[in-house]
Design a protein around this ligand. Structure first.
Ligand SMILES: [Zn+2]
Length: 394
C-alpha cells in the first residue's frame, strides 16, 4: 500500500468503467457514445472544466490554471476486430476471467484511458495542492490517422502542454522513443496504346516495376540507430489505369509506407525516392499523402501523413520522473521504445514537447484476436499516473 494505491471502491469504479468502455463500440469516426461515457465519468468524479471540443475530443482538468500543464493523452477509437470469427469471446463483451478483461480495445487503449481518469481522480481526492493543471484527454481518429486528434485538441482549444503522457499499452514500462512515419504515393506516367501494338505506348506498369526494384535496393541501405532500430520502407499497394484491358496502362500508382529512424527526415526520405526515379529514367512523382478526415461531430480536417521520429534521453527529467513514479508504486519498469505509432508522433515528433509513454497492457496484444488486459495492471497504471502528476505539479 502506498499513498497512490487506489482504494477498493476506486478499483471497483475503475474496473467497471473499463468494462463499460469496452462494451461501447467506438470505431474511428463513430466515437460519440464512448466520448459521452468519458464525459459523464469525469463529471461524476469531480473533474473541472469537462468539455467536448468541436472535433469531438473530450477532456477534463484538475488543479489550478496558474502554472504548467500536464496532459495525459488517450484515444477513443479502436480498430475493427481482427479476424472476428477467430474470437472466442464477443469482442464487445468486456468479460472478465481470471483477473483479465477481454474485448476490443481492452488493451489498446480503453484501459489506459480509464486509468488516467481514475489516476487523476485519486490525486484530487488525496488533497495534495497542485501548482498547475493535469488534463485528461481522449481524442478521436488515432487508429486511421495518428496525431490528428491531438493536433485538433491543441489547435481548437489553444493548448500547449509542458509534458505529455501517452497512455498506450507499454506493459507498465517507460517508453522514451518512437520511429517516425511517412505515407507516400508515387504516380508513374506511361502512354496509352493498343495492346496489339505496345511499342507505340509506354507501359506504366513496366516503368513502375523498375522503380519498385530500385526501392527494394534502397530499403537494404537504410540506416540503423542503436536504440530506435532501422529505417524501413515497404511498397504496400499498387494499381494501374488503362482505357481497357486491351490497352497499355498509361498510369501506375504505388503506395509506400516508410518508418524513419533517428537522423532520417521527411525531406531525406522523399529525395531518396526521387533519386531512384531519376536513376531509372522514369516519369513519376512522389508525394506525402494528405487526406480529408471527418470526425463524428462533422468536423473535417486535412491530415498530412508525415511525422518525424522522437527520442528523449534516459536522463530527461520527464523520463526520470516517470520511472520514479512507477517505482513509488512498487514497479520495476524497463525503459524502452514503441514500434507502432501513437499520438506522440505529434506531441514529441512535431512539437518536441517532452513526451513519455506509459500504460497498462501488453502492446503485443493490441489489434489481436481475444485482446485482453490484466485488471491489476490497470489499477497500478492509475496509481503511477497519480504519483507522476503529483511529482510534476507539486
Ligand atoms: Zn492505440
Amino acid at each position: 500500500m502506498t499513498l497512490w494505491t487506489l482504494s477498493e471502491e476506486e478499483r471497483e469504479g475503475l474496473f467497471d468503467f473499463v468494462q463499460r468502455l469496452v462494451r461501447t463500440p467506438s470505431l474511428p469516426g463513430d466515437e460519440k457514445a464512448v466520448a459521452d461515457l468519458v464525459l459523464d465519468e469525469m463529471e461524476r468524479l469531480g473533474f473541472d472544466d469537462v468539455q467536448r471540443d468541436e472535433a469531438g475530443n473530450v477532456f477534463g482538468t484538475a488543479g489550478t490554471a496558474e502554472g504548467p500543464l500536464l496532459l495525459l493523452d488517450s484515444h477513443l477509437d479502436t480498430v475493427e476486430p481482427a479476424n472476428p470469427r477467430a474470437w472466442t469471446v464477443d469482442p464487445w463483451s468486456g468479460i472478465v476471467r481470471d483477473g483479465r478483461l477481454y474485448g476490443l480495445g481492452s488493451c489498446d487503449m480503453k484501459s489506459g484511458l480509464a486509468a488516467t481518469v481514475y489516476g487523476i481522480a485519486h490525486l484530487m481526492r488525496s488533497g495534495i495542492p497542485l501548482r498547475g493543471r493535469a488534463m485528461v484527454a481522449a481524442v478521436v481518429l488515432e487508429e486511421p490517422a495518428e496525431g490528428t486528434g491531438t493536433r485538433l485538441l491543441f489547435e481548437l482549444n489553444a493548448l500547449r502542454p509542458d509534458w505529455v503522457v501517452i497512455a498506450e499499452p507499454s506493459a507498465l514500462n517507460v517508453i522514451r522513443a518512437q520511429r517516425g512515419h511517412l505515407e507516400m504515393t508515387l504516380d508513374v506516367q506511361g502512354r496509352s496504346a493498343h495492346s496489339a501494338a505496345p511499342h507505340l505506348g509506354k507501359n506504366a506498369i513496366y516503368e513502375a516495376a523498375r522503380v519498385i526494384f530500385g526501392l527494394e535496393l534502397l530499403e537494404e541501405q537504410l540506416p540503423t540507430h542503436p536504440f530506435l532500430g532501422r529505417g524501413v520502407l515497404a511498397v504496400t499497394d499498387i494499381s494501374a489505369q488503362a482505357v481497357s484491358r486491351n490497352a497499355i496502362p498509361y498510369r501506375c500508382h504505388l503506395f509506400i509506407d516508410r518508418r524513419l529512424t533517428v537522423g532520417e527526415t521527411e525531406a531525406l526520405a522523399l529525395s531518396e525516392v526521387q533519386r531512384v526515379i531519376a536513376r531509372e529514367g522514369v516519369e513519376a512523382e512522389v508525394r506525402i499523402v494528405e487526406e480529408q478526415v471527418r470526425t463524428y461531430t462533422g468536423h473535417t480536417h486535412t491530415a498530412r501523413r508525415a511525422s518525424p521520429p522522437w527520442l528523449f534521453d534516459e536522463t530527461h527529467p520527464l523520463i526520470r520522473a516517470t520511472v520514479q513514479a512507477a517505482r513509488a508504486v512498487g514497479l520495476r519498469p524497463q525503459v524502452g521504445r514503441w514500434d507502432f505509432a501513437t499520438e506522440g508522433a505529434y506531441t514529441a515528433g512535431q512539437l518536441q514537447i517532452p513526451t513519455v509513454g506509459f500504460g497498462p497492457g501488453d502492446p503485443a496484444l493490441a489489434h489481436t484476436v481475444d485482446e485482453s488486459v490484466e485488471l491489476e495492471e490497470v489499477a497500478k497504471a492509475a496509481a503511477v499516473y497519480a504519483a507522476l502528476a503529483a511529482a510534476l505539479l507539486k
